[in-house]
Design a binder for this molecule. Sequence first.
Ligand code: C5J
Length: 225
Amino acid sequence: MSVSVPARPFDFPLDLERCALIIIDMQRDFVLPGGFGETLGNDVAPCHAIVPAVANLLTAFRATGLPVVHTRECHNPDLSDCPPAKRERGNPKLRIGDEGPMGRILIAGEVGADIVPELYPNDGEIIIDKPGKGAFYKTGLDELLKQRGISQLVFTGVTTEVCVQSTMREANDRGYEGLLLTDCTESYFPDFKQAAIEMIVAQGAIVGWATDSDTLIKAMAGADE
Ligand code: C5J
């Protein structure tokens, strides 16, 4: 069943049999003090502030039985999948792999690299651990989505212009249609968030569409009636 969702730059043709929710990197390391985001000098509070909106959307998706994908940007404990160019860049207080207050920064299995409790994956939901910004790079995400017949992705998470936009672009190149929820994504830089949204919807949805979670949830509820 298909439903038209008011969106920019034009209505999104949501296919309720072929869409999945993807929640990008809602990890303690990006949204709580003491993690990777803060070691880079950022105020993480705005990224944490979207947790209730994402949780509300997650509840709505779980009620439909549609697939949910959670991603985590993280690396192997021996850093074999972390290019030195990524680890050594800049002058952060702590680097990837260093011991921080929530365990080793961005290392798989550490408390900081895990998803915040409010959004924690349920059994059966897809979890993608990714070494890069995009969730398709060096992961099996494309195959997992294709096995489930998914052709549309609803995007949420952090940060809008880095891992969310990278994944939206990767998805677009692979033929998926992407809808970004503007109240369920955030950046450490408000201007970058807005610019990323504009880049995505420009030129007739060159990367994808944008709307907010209330609009999507209302459209999904309307489809049930
Ligand atoms: C960053 C991300 N910003 N999840 N990662 O390094 O956007």
